[in-house]
Each structure stands twice: as structure tokens, then as C-alpha cells.
Design a binder for this molecule. Structure first.
Ligand code: KIV
Length: 281
């Protein structure tokens, strides 16, 4: 199983690595079998899976529900649970209790928290409690209203200096890695070179030690105009549309089900192949 030590080793050896978001059992199994070393149960599930306009409505219960499913599907990857809005901001006690739930109830190996400033002390306390912490700086979606929208951060010298200082402070507090989201490539490169721990970029250019994308974005499952930083490796929304239309046509024309999909008249036969999936009774 990949551990936080492996992730550090990747940086020490100059090996770039991929992280992906994942929200369900089946996808977790596919990504795990593909050898993706870090799977993030991101609070982006609020937008991707639950249809919210931002990540702000996502609750701990939402996160745990999905994290448990992911843990059932993955064997090799380091699993990171994303602490949702207001699960850690109000107090260190909230943070420790909720991070503990990710580890104890949902089978996650680490948690991710957005922001610097007061989050540095929370990070220190979680690390003291034995919980590996991934930081997250730059465009932090839980602060969408404070930022005045989903805007690239760190464009001014003052902002860039603040983000660099937060990154150093998170490293000093014991974070094992930091996501750098939505910032100029030059700033992400500066942070990556300044830190001993790995950085993981999303919309932060090529210098980061690792990269992360939202699974549904890179597969072309989310529709509409993708953000500039997304590379689509498939167009599954189109494939799904084609497949369900073909199915509906087959049903209309009587081409489905065919003889190969029918059961015989002498009772229902038990599945011969134990991997054959049966739903319900
Ligand atoms: O919630 C999420 O998916 C994330 C990644 C984009 C880093 O935080």
C-alpha cells in the first residue's frame, strides 16, 4: 500500500506522480488497479455527484458515506479524505474529532484541509494526534465567497508572499504534502522548490511534484466548458449518450433482449460464474 513515506520518496527521487479524486466503490477499484498512488475523496463530490453549485453545502455525513465506499474499493492507494466546510474551521476540537472519523469510521489514511493561517495550528494538532495532513493553498473553493468567486490566487507580490509563507508554515507544522490550486505556474514552481514535502498541482503548472484532476473532468463526464487546466483524456459523456440511445432504440425495435439474454422455462438457474453480478432478490 502507498504511504506518506512513499509520496515523500517520489519527490526525493524526482518522480512525478498522479492523484485523482474518487467518490465511489467501483471507480476506486478501477483507479486503484490502475496504480494511481493517491486517491482523494474530494469535497468536489458536492458539485460532481450531488449537484450543488459550490462545495459549501457538503457535510461530514456526505463525505463519510462516499469515503466508506471508496475504502471498500481500494487496496493499494493512499486514501485522503477531504475535510468539508465547517468541519475544522470552528475549533481544533472539531478538527480532531472529524479527522478521527475519516480514519476510524471511513478507512481513510490521511485528511486534507484548505487554507493557511489558523489552519497551520490545526494541522500541527492533527499531526500530533497521528493523522497525516495534506494542505491546500491558492484557490481554496471553500473560501469562494471570500475570494469573490473561483479566481486564480497569488497574482500580486503580496498574495504570492502570503501563500509561500503559508506553505512553509504548513510544512513546518508537519503536513506531508500540499495541493496548490489555481495559481500562476511561477509561484507554484517557487513553492515546490522551497519545500521539502511534495506539492500537488491543479491549475498550478508543470513544476509541481504531482498533479491532481477531478476524475469526472478528465474523463469528459462533466459537460460544458471545462476549466483551462483540465485535460480531457476521454469523452465519456458522449459515449454514454450514444450507448443509452442505442439501448432505448433496441428496446423500441425489439432487438433487446435477444435469445442470449433469456432464461429457460425450467426454473431460474443459479449463476455458474460467481463473479456474475445479481442485484436484489
Ligand atoms: O475537492 C477536490 O476535489 C479537491 C481537489 C480539486 C484538489 O480539493
Amino acid at each position: 500500500m502507498a504511504t506518506v513515506l512513499d509520496i515523500q520518496r517520489y519527490k526525493d527521487e524526482g518522480r512525478r506522480f498522479a492523484m485523482l479524486t474518487v467518490y465511489d466503490f467501483l471507480s476506486a477499484r478501477l483507479l486503484d488497479e490502475a496504480g494511481i498512488p493517491i486517491l482523494l475523496v474530494g469535497d468536489s463530490l458536492g458539485m460532481v455527484m450531488l449537484g450543488h453549485p459550490t462545495t459549501l453545502p457538503v457535510t461530514m455525513e456526505d463525505m463519510l458515506h462516499h469515503a466508506k465506499a471508496v475504502a471498500r474499493g481500494a487496496r493499494q492507494a493512499l486514501l485522503v479524505g477531504d475535510m468539508p466546510f465547517m468541519s475544522y474551521q470552528a475549533s481544533v476540537e472539531d478538527a480532531v474529532r472529524n479527522a478521527g472519523r475519516f480514519i476510524q469510521e471511513a478507512g481513510m489514511h490521511a485528511v486534507k484541509l484548505e487554507g493557511g493561517g489558523t489552519v497551520v495550528e490545526i494541522t500541527r494538532r492533527l499531526v500530533d494526534a497521528g493523522v497525516p495532513v495534506m494542505g491546500h493553498l491558492g484557490l481554496t473553493p471553500q473560501s469562494v465567497h471570500a475570494m469573490g468567486g473561483f479566481k486564480v490566487q497569488g497574482k500580486t507580490d503580496a498574495q504570492a508572499a502570503r501563500i509561500l509563507a503559508d506553505a512553509r508554515a504548513l510544512e513546518e507544522a508537519g503536513a506531508f504534502s500540499i495541493v496548490l490550486e489555481g495559481m500562476p505556474s511561477k509561484l507554484a514552481a517557487e513553492i515546490t522548490h522551497a519545500l521539502r514535502i511534495p506539492t500537488i498541482g491543479i491549475g498550478a503548472g508543470p513544476a509541481c511534484d504531482g498533479q491532481v484532476l477531478v476524475f469526472h473532468d478528465m474523463l469528459g463526464l462533466t459537460t460544458g466548458k471545462a476549466p483551462k487546466f483540465v485535460k480531457r483524456y476521454a469523452n465519456l459523456a458522449e459515449d454514454i449518450s450514444r450507448a443509452v440511445n442505442a439501448y432505448a432504440d433496441d428496446v423500441r425495435t425489439g432487438n433487446f433482449p435477444g435469445p442470449e439474454h433469456e432464461y429457460s422455462t425450467n426454473g431460474s438457474t443459479p449463476a455458474k460464474d460467481p463473479s456474475e453480478v445479481r442485484y436484489g432478490g
